[in-house]
Design a protein around this ligand. Structure first.
Ligand SMILES: Cc1ncc(COP(=O)(O)O)c(C=O)c1O
Length: 493
């Protein structure tokens, strides 16, 4: 990837120049929002003016990022109603009670009132630095119900999206340039980007495509040993489950093996579980949280686990709600994390409110329950249908193989690119999967992310595609892609 895209060649007279700024920031890469999505944005604007009529498509489709509401997913009513009422306190006064009772269910009103109280009377005030205590309590109850093991609200921090938790944890762990963090290949590039920014080393382990993207633990051990032999102080491992970009779910056995390795090799686990409810083959591939498995094993492995309102069925990416749970972490270390939370004042309160509705949804018998359940089931079932359909469409292409997505929001098909295309592209100093994805965008308006943005086994090429376009657009989307790929292959073979 060309990390200096957009950098103008000139000598700057300013104090801040591209050379004088923090070079770690300059070196950071984030393909999900890199040059290809930037190009897609340009094309989207072009479609609005007369020039756009020359383009071979009528619409840009952003399949580069797991941002469901951008692609038409409707917000969950309960969440938005509670948020709306919490934001406008006049609506909760006695005088307006009759008025709002005509519009909102009683459980929505009760929840908004409870949130007002928990927030100390106004959601416009800074909250507790680690997030409103009552909401942290709801998170702990949610975890306890999910896993069957106790969870302690004082060991939970709410943050701006799970990104806030992940960045905070990495900053805590990375004490010097020699620290290594194990991250999967392929990985979600927040990790490699943050590790670069914080000046540490990414140490790769591999997800095995031929084994449904599971972790080959003996290979992982080799990678760890090799990094330690090079003098790297490998301290932690990131595990994304369900996987992004792979869509895979780890088996219980695989998780136990990983935990045993971490125990023996003294590795802290960073469990990224933001897709924990995006599970589509639940009988064969259920989700298990690391907290639960570590508890069952009575292991003392140190764990940070992350969750978010951006994914699952809520897809509230813009509200920036998330949390982390700390387990088996030394109290002195947690105190430092508390200090970090204090310095950032507090996570945004609207995001916390949304999180409260996710971890503490309407229960059977509550007035909003039926509608809530119907909305969640519909989103879940539709995602499942779309994921199966897209995987089938990819596998129908002669040059594409695609593992099923057991979870998450993505497929990560492998494309066999023609050798002549690979050679010519590399000779031009370009990256084959990037060029394939650019051509896909320019021909079809569909924006995906090349596999090289997530790292991939050398000599293989992939792209990541969300299955988030709405169902009524899906057939057209698949048809356009298939036509593009067939013509591409005919041209280069
Ligand atoms: C695996 C994974 N972790 C974390 C995040 C960050 O999400 P957020 O900060 O919106 O919670 C994402 C976003 O796509 C993701 O895919």
């Amino acid at each position: 990837m060309n990390r200096n895209i957009g950098v103008k060649e000139h000598i700057s007279q300013k104090v801040l120049s591209i050379e004088s700024i923090n070079q770690r920031v300059r070196n950071m890469e984030y393909a999900v929002r890199g040059p290809i999505p930037a190009k897609a944005e340009e094309l989207k604007l072009k479609l609005l003016d007369p020039e756009g009529s020359n383009l071979p498509f009528k619409k840009t489709v952003f399949c580069n990022i797991g941002n469901p509401q951008e692609l038409g997913q409707k917000p969950v009513t309960f969440l938005r109603q509670v948020s709306a009422l919490s934001e406008l306190p006049e609506l909760l006064t006695k005088e307006n009670r009759n008025l709002i009772s005509n519009i909102f269910n009683s459980d929505v009103i009760e929840r908004a009132e409870k949130i007002q109280k928990m927030a100390g009377g106004s959601v416009g005030a800074y909250s507790d630095d680690a997030g409103i205590f009552g909401i942290r309590k709801s998170v702990a109850e949610f975890i306890q119900k999910r896993d069957g093991f106790p969870s302690d609200p004082s060991k939970i921090q709410l943050t701006n999206g799970s990104t806030g938790s992940i960045e905070r944890t990495l900053e805590l762990i990375i004490s010097n340039e020699n620290v290594g963090i194990m991250i999967p290949i392929p990985q979600y590039p927040l990790y490699s980007a943050s590790i670069t920014r914080l000046g540490a080393k990414s140490v790769y382990y591999y997800l095995e495509e031929s084994k449904g993207w599971g972790v080959d633990t003996s290979r992982l051990l080799e990678n760890l040993k090799e990094a330690r032999n090079r003098g790297i102080d490998v301290r932690a491992i990131v595990i994304i489950n369900p996987g992004n970009p792979t869509g895979s779910i780890l088996t219980l056995e695989n998780m136990k093996d990983i935990i045993s390795i971490c125990e023996k090799e003294k590795l802290v686990i960073l469990a990224d579980e933001v897709y924990q409810t995006n599970v589509y083959m639940v009988d064969d591939f259920p989700f298990h949280s690391f907290k639960k498995v570590i508890s069952e094993m009575k292991s003392n492995v140190e764990l940070f686990s992350f969750h978010s309102i951006s994914k699952g069925m809520f897809g509230e990416c813009g509200k920036r709600g998330g949390y982390m749970e700390m387990y088996n972490i030394d109290q002195n270390v947690m105190d430092q994390l508390t200090k970090m939370a204090t310095v950032s004042l507090c996570p945004n309160v609207p995001g916390q409110i949304a999180l409260e509705t996710m971890v503490n949804p309407p229960r059977e018998g509550d007035e909003s329950y039926q509608q809530f359940k119907a909305e969640i089931d519909e989103i879940h079932n539709s995602l499942k249908r779309r994921c199966i359909k897209l995987q089938k469409a990819f596998n129908e292409q002669v040059n594409i193989t695609c593992n099923p997505a057991q979870g998450a929001m993505y497929l990560f098909p492998q494309i066999k690119l023609p050798q002549r295309f690979i050679t010519e592209t590399i000779n031009k100093n370009k990256v084959p999967d990037v060029e394939y994805c650019i051509e896909m965008l320019e021909t079809t308006g569909v924006c995906v992310v090349p596999g090289s943005g997530f790292e991939q086994e050398i000599g293989t090429y992939h792209f990541r595609c969300t299955f988030l376009p709405q169902e009524d657009e899906f057939d057209e989307f698949i048809k356009t892609f298939s036509e593009f790929n067939t013509k591409f292959m005919e041209r280069w073979n």
